[in-house]
Design a protein around this ligand. Sequence first.
Ligand SMILES: [Zn+2]
Ligand SMILES: [Zn+2]
Length: 167
Amino acid sequence: MKERPIPISATTGKPSQRGKRLKSKDGLTWKQRNREAVNARRRELYASDPQKHLERASRYRQNARETVLAYNRKWSTEYRSRLRAEMIAAYGSKCKCCGERESLFLQLDHVDNDGHLDRKVHRTSNKLFVHLKRNGWPQDRYQLLCANCNFGKMLNGGICPHAKVQS
Ligand SMILES: [Zn+2]
Ligand SMILES: [Zn+2]
């Protein structure tokens, strides 16, 4: 059988160590030990076709951007649902009027019907929840109502048609 010649490393000019999986003696990777040579080779490759490398870098940044954005979207969705769950627990986990416990039906109601003031300051319910959390979930101005009671209260001039809301 003909023996294959050992390839010469383009980076160091010495016989290639590729595929040998040598155990590191000094705890450094091959790249760390040959940093100068690696960098010199990188500069050489870059100089041979800068355009190609610039394009590759820009592609990489674009991909990284999408990865980061996807991560952030996922994180904020989870954060919103965690924050909402905390809010519901903090305000008693059920509709104050009819006792509905399904959290998807529950909404934060402004006891004094001054929600427009909060919306002006905090804009989204998420921002309002953040604000309330920072202030220890104040109980005086807010209560949980189910969508039904909340809507009924609004249409009925501030009192749920069930007529048990104390506001
Ligand atoms: Zn209700
Ligand atoms: Zn009600």
